[in-house]
Design a protein around this ligand. Structure first.
Ligand SMILES: [Fe+2]
Ligand SMILES: [Fe+2]
Length: 224
């Protein structure tokens, strides 16, 4: 019989499959020239997702499921970048089978992972909404593997130009705000929009599913 709050997040992070999948995903993405997707990104998305739901006073279980989904969200990349969201959802089922967790909670985690790259979203679960925002909020120069290459790759350039990023939730004002400091000597703000406009639209939809407005500030100016 499954318990109602069964998942130990630390045990999940130490699970041998989880470690190998994240390691494999990051190695594959490094080989194809993508930004860092290792334990640092997994931890960041897990922390952001948990923070969003905690600040908005969602139940403890939702916060835990969001943290778990955030940690696992990119594991599918070791099977290739394409469809890594759906692959990750199915791999997470395999992992969660090792834990004493209800099928209902497993499905919520799978659902959040399975739509985390989708732009055409209809978010019905706060856990999914939190993952969508948390993943997009991890923009930072620390994710660029080879700073000497930033001049040739717009994704690297935009990430490298982000010298500071901060996600805040104001439960009273019902706002979720992403603050970025961009070094415009490396990347112009317009490049940021070229890469991130679709992601910002997703963040807005996801925030709205949480009853909030999403706001983006770049260099202290409100952009969205
Ligand atoms: Fe992803
Ligand atoms: Fe991600």
């Amino acid at each position: 019989m499954s318990r109602s709050l069964p998942l130990n997040l630390e045990e999940l992070k130490q699970n041998a499959k989880v470690k190998l999948y994240i390691e494999g995903a990051d190695k594959y993405l490094e080989a194809i020239g993508y930004t860092e997707h290792n334990v640092r990104h997994a931890t960041k998305v897990s922390d952001f997702a948990g923070y969003i739901l905690k600040e908005l006073q969602y139940p403890e279980k939702d916060v835990l499921l969001a943290k778990a989904a955030g940690y696992l969200h990119d594991i599918g990349n070791f099977l290739g970048r394409q469809n890594h969201d759906q692959h990750g959802a199915l791999l997470s089922r395999d992992i969660l089978n090792d834990f004493d967790i209800s099928i209902e909670d497993t499905i919520r985690i799978m659902g959040a992972i399975g739509i985390h790259e989708s732009e055409d979203i209809g978010v019905h679960d706060p856990v999914s909404a939190a993952i969508l925002i948390a993943d997009k909020a991890d923009v930072h120069r620390g994710r660029v593997r080879n700073p000497s290459m930033v001049s040739s790759d717009i994704h690297d350039r935009v990430n490298y130009a982000a010298t500071e990023s901060k996600l805040t939730v104001d439960a009273k004002a019902k706002t979720i705000i992403l603050y970025l400091m961009i070094n415009t000597g490396i990347s112009q703000v317009i490049e940021y929009f070229e890469i991130f406009l679709s992601r910002m639209i997703v963040c807005r939809k996801a925030a709205s599913a949480l009853g909030c407005e999403f706001q983006l500030y770049i260099n202290d100016t409100r952009m969205a």
